[in-house]
Ligand binder design. Sequence first.
Ligand SMILES: *Cc1c(COP(=O)(O)O)cnc(C)c1O
Length: 351
Amino acid sequence: MPPNSPLLDFRSDTVTRPTKAMLEAMTSAPLGDDVLGDDPTIHALQTKVASLFGKQAACFVPSGTMANQCAIFAHTSPGDEIICHDGSHILHYEGGGPAVLSGCMCRTIQSIDGTFTPDVLEPLIRADDPSFSRSRLLILENTHNRNGGTIWPLDRFAAVAARAAELGLKRHLDGARIWNACAASGHSPADYAQHVDTVSACFSKGLGCPIGSIVVGDAPTIAKARRARKLFGGAMRQAGLLAAAAIHALDHHRQRLTQDHANAKLLFAGLANLPHITPDPSQPAGPTTNILFFELAPTCPFTAPQLQARLAEHKLLLLAAGPRRIRMVTHLDVTEQHCHQAIEILKKVLT
Ligand SMILES: *Cc1c(COP(=O)(O)O)cnc(C)c1O
């Protein structure tokens, strides 16, 4: 880990610090004023990412939350209804953004792993009646954060998106961790993106950037998202500084995501030998990407928040994701060695 973070930090893949090479790419990037539309590094990033996703246009934004909210704003009108999974990020972790920023309702779908089948959609579509909100937008999440870092199988994803289109819904993919889904499955970003209207993606998670996300789609939709970005206060000036980090990360940090996935599996295997720990229902056979959840059995003397505090005293940071549920995330700044150290600390505290 970098010298300024002596802890074993498994709280999130957002805790990474920029590497020296990334900082060098940032300081040598040509810059302009992106609100005036002349930052060349922003243009280079947006062109590169639009092409990776096979879409016409892209809009760089400060956060994944803003990327999702700009997409929602672009697709909807006040009074519209969004259909999303019950555990989705837009529902739990974006401050009620769909209601506050776009005047939208959310209607949800339940499942253990965050994926579902096309047949669940039709019963959720509201009839055209002045009493009802308008069913407008389906949001899918890949990988699915809260439900196990799950990858949508491409055929299931395509079938759900196709059914949504038949039912008259726009389709947005919350692809904050689409890079992980692609690294683990071997599919390209465009393989997923071709089935939806817009995609958001984060550079500030597995790819290791300090700041930055993006939303891609066709040109008219991205023009609307760009208006929303200005409205929400996210239009930035010499933003090429951040775009340079993202370009560097796309070129150098995508291949290595499989290492994070291997490290998460290593943690899961290590935990199997410890007392009081049971697999999480969302990933009974262990993690498929970089997010590991586990449960504390009724025999465990600690609740998840208590265990979190106890481990922090041993310089191991992770997050309680519920009263008895724990989350650990692997990333650029944790090594295989750190994972072995984490298992040792867990063993010491739990036995
Ligand atoms: C992290 C995340 C986001 C956006 O997060 P920010 O912290 O706003 O960048 C959006 N969706 C999912 C699924 C996420 O995991």
